[in-house]
Design a protein around this ligand. Structure first.
Ligand code: EPZ
Length: 424
């Protein structure tokens, strides 16, 4: 398994291009199942998760062409040859569950493995299932698989989510586009990736209103057509790289970054004293001269502070001049980066869903272990500021969500290299 070696202490100067959003692309690709015509996605990120979704769709009969070095994906589903998503693929990537709604809407049947838990939490899919049942699907859980059918097609319904769920909103939204009649999603997720999906579905002929608010109304149509859609910029990659000059010092332009995608995050980052400004090409972030101020952060569904940026923000706050309090309200086990940061000299106390971070003067490089995608990158960020060498193992977690991470950082002056796992 590859590792990444970071030698801290270099200020960062230059620009980093922001790629298309992983979490938008992972729902836009299964949307292609809803039509026999090709769906062309531009600005697609080149990530292992995208390759996994491609393999899953091809196992269902899709033809996925990857053009322009993977930046353009053309997903054609003239004919679905299988409605089964196997555990072997689903266990690697939970977003595989997002083929369930489209398969039911298109074919009237689906057999999808239950995703099982993951490092950050149990992550059940009960709201996906209840929503599809509300649309008239018959579901049975057997041998670790969801056996779903809707022989007479799906019918529009009122679906209220007890908890805001990005994936459940996406699954039900996609299914509802071909359901007969009107579907109303209440307490729907408002993430930019939902708006991106709805925008693409409208281009395919779907009738959707209210995306980006808590109430989405869908008028079902008989069929959808192909379209071309540019994947929205990745707000989590954007926030992650905004923290690089913040923690290491210097000034970096995030090309393609949009402030409207990261308002709650920017508010907190600016409160630490980091300077953020908009440019013609994106966002400019500079550390400024003063000490970092501590801030309190509570994660929440959009437009609140994103849970996917909590670990990275914690890395910054380990060096603030005071005590910061981070509360994780979305997932039950998303502080696994804390003990690894502590190995680097951070002072963090975790009690349940709250981490109290007391700033220290410096971090020291150490061998650390990546546990999940966002925890991994928080260790890389800490390594940029730490004295000495930090070696992050199991970087396959990183490759799921960050395209060419070491390249994007090293061109700005970071001393960061990938060590081939085969060569110790
Ligand atoms: C999406 O996951 C993202 N993944 C996650 O990003 C992100 O952290 C999460 O949304 C929250 O923003 C993709 O988009 C591929 P949820 P999702 O359903 O849809 C509970 C990353 O690092 N829940 O919004 O799975 C769930 O356990 C990943 O890129 C149920 O109880 O998240 C969680 O506590 C990590 N029942 C909360 O809701 C359900 O049926 C929010 O989960 C569904 C969810």
């Amino acid at each position: 398994m590859d590792s990444i070696l970071v030698r801290g202490g270099s200020e960062l100067h230059g620009s980093i291009p922001i790629s298309g959003a992983k979490n938008a692309c992972l729902t836009l690709m299964p949307a292609a199942l809803l039509t026999e015509e090709p769906l062309t996605l531009t600005n697609a990120p080149r990530l292992s998760d995208i390759r996994t979704m491609r393999a899953l769709l091809e196992s269902l009969g899709c033809e996925v062409a990857s053009l322009q070095d993977g930046r353009v994906l053309v997903v054609g589903t003239e004919k679905i040859t299988s409605c089964r998503a196997d555990y072997e693929i689903v266990r690697k990537m939970r977003a595989s569950i997002l083929v369930l709604g489209p398969l039911l809407a298109r074919e009237g049947e689906a057999v999808v493995s239950l995703p099982g838990g993951c490092a950050i939490g149990a992550r059940p899919v009960d709201m996906h299932l209840h929503g599809l049942e509300a649309l008239g699907a018959a579901l049975e859980l057997r041998d670790g698989y969801i056996h779903a059918s809707a022989r007479n097609g799906l019918k529009g319904a009122e679906v209220e989510f007890p908890v805001v769920s990005v994936g459940a909103t996406e699954n039900i939204l996609m299914a509802a586009t071909l359901a007969a009649g009107t579907t109303v999603l209440r307490n729907a997720a408002m993430e930019p990736e939902i708006v991106d999906l709805a925008t693409c579905l409208r281009r395919m002929g779907a009738r959707i209103e209210g995306d980006g608010t808590g109430i989405i109304v869908v008028e079902g149509v008989a069929r959808l057509g192909g379209a071309t859609h540019a994947v929205v910029a990745d707000r989590i990659e954007l926030g992650t790289y905004m923290l690089a000059p913040a923690i290491a010092g210097g000034e970096v332009e995030l090309v393609g970054g949009r402030i409207d995608l990261v308002r709650a995050f920017c508010e907190k980052l600016a409160a630490t004293g980091v300077e953020i400004s908009e440019t013609a090409n994106g966002l400019l972030v500079s550390r400024g001269n003063g000490a970092l101020k501590p801030v309190d952060v509570t994660t929440a569904p959009h437009p609140g502070f994103p849970t996917d940026l909590q670990a990275q923000m914690m890395a910054l706050l380990t060096l603030a001049s005071g005590v910061s309090r981070l509360e994780e309200r979305i997932f039950e086990n998303r502080f696994m980066h804390a003990p690894e940061l502590a190995r680097m000299g951070a002072d963090i106390e975790v009690h349940g869903g709250v981490a109290t971070v007391t700033g220290v003067d410096r971090l020291r490089g150490a061998p650390v272990m990546a546990t999940d995608l966002r925890a991994s990158v928080s260790l890389i960020l800490a390594g940029l500021a730490a004295e000495g060498e930090t070696r992050v193992a199991r970087v396959y977690h990183l490759d799921r969500g960050y395209e060419h991470l070491e390249h994007k950082l090293s061109v700005c002056g970071a001393n960061i290299t990938r060590i081939d796992g085969g060569r110790q």
